[in-house]
Ligand binder design. Structure first.
Ligand code: KIV
Length: 294
């Protein structure tokens, strides 16, 4: 099966069709979301929080993203796989950024990369696109700048901030980005940006007028119940409880002796067992013998 191309998304927008993107970070999650029909997967640096247990995306490294991207690519045939460029993999200098973006395609097998930031990264986006690296932009609440923002706050709330965001979105489109994520901005602003751009917008906490939506796998599936529910995340299942319940069942069956049962065990012939135990010198329980013979 041929992998979808980044142009698919633009075509979907042109035809007025919305699409869903989701994060995945490993083989099983990627396999499941592709089987469910997802056209585009983000190996987000959110893996820092939801997979690696950090309290932000800042510690995530290139090696982390490459490792997880490879697993996602191995699990999928059709979905576009976008790899996030982690914090400080593209900010320090343009040559290093180019090499790192290239690594995500060459070593990770990603279809495209995602970078956070507006007009200031547009020259870099242009250079990547010219080198054949498809780029997804990311505006609004860009989590790598959480320390700069002073927390996870709604962005683009003042007229000046909203105008800047609109300008940034245009600049990214002109630089050749194939799509732009809009995170945690007022819904009417996301609507304006979506109508003005010909590339698709992909919202998370940005309202219903975006061309696509993105959600974090673990939020959507309710894998964690100890985290404060995020306003922009919708739980479609509570898999965390399903997993805990299954593991509780396993513990209790092991402790009570119900697992493993005969059907989970491998038999040995009565002759072999008898030979092994010295031809009857050792006691062979009649029940065991009957079991072996069956
Ligand atoms: O890392 C991530 O998961 C993201 C999405 C929230 C867009 O950047």
């Amino acid at each position: 099966m041929a992998r979808l191309s980044v142009h698919t998304l633009r075509d979907l927008k042109a035809r007025g069709r919305r699409f869903a993107m989701i994060t995945a970070y490993d083989y099983p999650s990627a396999r499941l979301v592709e089987q469910a029909g997802i056209p585009i997967i983000l190996v987000g640096d959110s893996l820092g929080s939801v997979v690696l247990g950090y309290d932000s995306t800042v510690p995530v490294t290139m090696e982390d993203v490459i490792y997880h991207t490879r697993a996602v690519v191995r699990a999928t045939e059709r979905a576009i796989v976008v790899a996030d460029m982690p914090f400080m993999s593209y900010q320090a200098n343009a040559d290093e950024a180019m090499r790192n973006a290239g690594r995500l395609l060459k070593e990770g097998g990603a279809t495209a990369v995602k970078l956070e930031g507006g007009s200031h990264i547009a020259p870099l986006v242009r250079r990547m696109v010219e080198a054949g690296i498809p780029v997804m932009g990311h505006l609004g609440l860009t989590p790598q700048s959480v320390n700069q923002f002073g927390g996870h706050k709604v962005q683009g709330k003042t007229p000046a901030a909203a105008a800047k965001l609109i300008g940034d979105a245009h600049t990214l489109e002109e630089a050749g980005a194939f799509a732009v994520v809009l995170e945690t901005i007022p819904a009417p602003l996301a609507g304006m940006v979506s109508r003005r751009l010909s590339i698709p917008t992909i919202g998370i906490g940005a309202g219903a007028e975006c061309d696509g939506q993105v959600q974090v796998f673990h939020d959507l599936l309710g894998l964690y119940d100890d985290q404060r529910p995020l306003k922009h995340a919708k739980r479609y299942a509570v898999i965390g409880e399903v997993i805990r319940e299954a593991v509780r069942g396993y513990i209790s069956e092991v402790e009570g002796g119900a697992f493993p049962a005969a059907e989970h065990s491998f038999p040995m012939s009565a002759d072999t067992f008898a030979e092994l135990t010295g031809g009857g010198r050792h006691e062979l329980d009649a029940v065991v013998l009957a079991e072996l013979a069956s």
